[in-house]
Design a binder for this molecule. Sequence first.
Ligand SMILES: [Zn+2]
Ligand SMILES: [Zn+2]
Length: 101
Amino acid sequence: MKKVCPVCHKVFETSGNYQLYCSVRCRKIHHKEVYYDRTRPIPQYVVGDKVLREFRCNKCHKLVLVTSEKDRRRKFCSPHCEKLYWKHPRKPKIEEKQEVV
Ligand SMILES: [Zn+2]
Ligand SMILES: [Zn+2]
């Protein structure tokens, strides 16, 4: 049967129903878009919730209250802060001073 790849829109032939993408490459691209680019919801503390642990975000120093067992945060309040923390800014190049004559 013929199918259209949702990534590259190429028509490809497949024998099974399970195959959605023309190639492993396209499957990976699609999964990356779906799972990694989606902003993960951050659990918010609601007054009255039992606090399992609390810590301060290494990046923004916000107090984070963890109320869910599934909440794996230990150092950062959000994936955004974690990303910023690990991303070491490149040192700006020291511009050579041009002497004005
Ligand atoms: Zn494809
Ligand atoms: Zn933070």
